[in-house]
Each structure stands twice: as C-alpha cells, then as structure tokens.
Design a protein around this ligand. Sequence first.
Ligand code: NDP
Length: 245
Amino acid sequence: MEISFAGKRAIVTGAGKGIGRATALALARCGAEVVAVTRTRADLDSLLLECPSIKPVCVNLGDWGATEEALREAGGNVDLLVNNAAYATLQPFLEVTPDQFDISFNINVKAVLHVSQIVARGMKARGTGGSIVNISSQASQCALQDHTVYCATKGALDMLTKVMALELGPYQIRVNSVNPTVVMTKMGRLAWSDPGKAKTMTSRIPLGRFAEVEDVVNSILFLLSDKSSMTNGVTLPVDGGFLAC
Ligand code: NDP
C-alpha cells in the first residue's frame, strides 16, 4: 500500500528515541514536513543529521507554559499529530508514590490533551481537518504486574482518544490510538530485559514475539493516512493477539 504525505505537515512528540524517532523519519520519507518534539537536545541533533529537513523543537512537554510557547509557531498549519512521548515507571501498587503518579499523568495524559488542543484549534480554524494518533499500550486494557500508574494513564488515554474523536469528528479531525505490546526500545528494556520475565509475556502473545518498532510505525502511518478515512475513535492493538486472549 502506497502512502504519501506530500504537502502535509506533521508533529511527532517524543521524537528523540524509539517509536517516535522512527515515526518522524518514516513520515519524512513519505513526503511530510515533520516537526520533531522532544526534550533532549542531543537526540534532536542526531535526528537532524539523519534527516536535515526535520524541524526540531526542544521542550519538556510536562511544562504547560513552555509547551505553549514552543508550539506557538510550530503548532499552526498542522495536518497530522502523533502524541507519542510518555513516561514509564515500575512500582508495586502498595508502593506507588505521589510524585511518580503526578509525573506519569502529567506526560502521558495532560500533555497529550494540551498538545492536541493546540493542534486541533489550528485544524478547526483552517477547516482542513486532520488526523491525530495517540500512542497508547496493551497496558490500557490489561493489568500488568507493577504497572499500576502506567496502566492507569494508558486507560485514561484510550478514553481521551474516544472523546476527542467524538468532539473533533465534526471538524473532520480523526483521532485514534495504537496500542502496542512490548517493543524493545529504551522504555521496553526498562521492564522486559530479563529473559525470564520477557518469556512470561511472549508466552501470552499468540504470535510468540514482541513487536518491532516498524510494526508500530506502519499502523501509525495507516491511521494518519487517508487509507483509514472512515476510522475514528479506535484503539488499535499492535500486540500479536495479546488482548484477544
Ligand atoms: P522511549 O523511551 O524509547 O522514547 C520516548 C521518547 O519520548 C524519548 O525521546 C523521550 O525523551 C521522549 N519524552 C519522554 N518524556 C518527554 C517529555 N516530558 N517531554 C518531551 N519528550 C519526552 O519510548 P518508546 O519509543 O518505547 O515509547 C513510545 C510510546 O510507545 C510511548 O507512548 C509508550 O508508552 C508507548 N509504548 C511503548 C511500549 C514499549 O514496550 N516500548 C509498549 C507499548 C506502548 P528523553 O529520552 O529525552 O526522555
């Protein structure tokens, strides 16, 4: 399936590493003008070396005011948004701390709401519609050991996706999420590098393996593109069947 984003402007958050970085590069390869948002300058520098057409924005999305300022210019005229940046921490339920709860919800839910507001206001004003993809997780729909806060943020994100789809649909702005299983990025390694622990997860995935970054990117591109033009408000598992069982 040929997908072209020629003439489209895209923002990808958390584009410094992992899935976000690969998504930004894939969008650029498909012809989009890409704005890459992340908080580590060195990641943006190396991204630009790889793809000089990408526009870098360095900001901590957990800072509401700084985000407002950083996206004031870059947030206009956007057709495509990928809310990918997230924070993960592992704590047993009885040991969850208020700071980890606040940091997680601030990045994984509040920042998604905020960046989406900025972008969707521009889309609405221009009347050209758009497509937003939120990167959720299988953890939104299945309890995972020591993932109390992460699961809760991704559950909240799925519902945010649905309400955004409801309210933004009349402006021809589609909002969907992809919900991957484990991907061995920096975040994935945090929880699943131990082979024994990894096996407890892969044994529950009918396809018997974790997802590759490319598996997730392909689903993101599909949901951003006109190939999914009647798809709105879905949470698309990229999980080898984990959530089906
Ligand atoms: P990585 O940790 O590899 O990359 C996350 C990126 O987001 C980094 O560039 C990071 O920057 C950036 N980021 C994090 N917090 C902020 C912030 N406050 N402001 C700006 N940028 C920020 O994660 P993945 O690629 O693995 O994850 C991408 C998405 O996929 C996330 O939403 C995650 O929840 C989801 N996901 C991941 C899975 C996995 O197993 N990897 C499974 C299911 C879902 P920095 O490094 O500088 O902090």
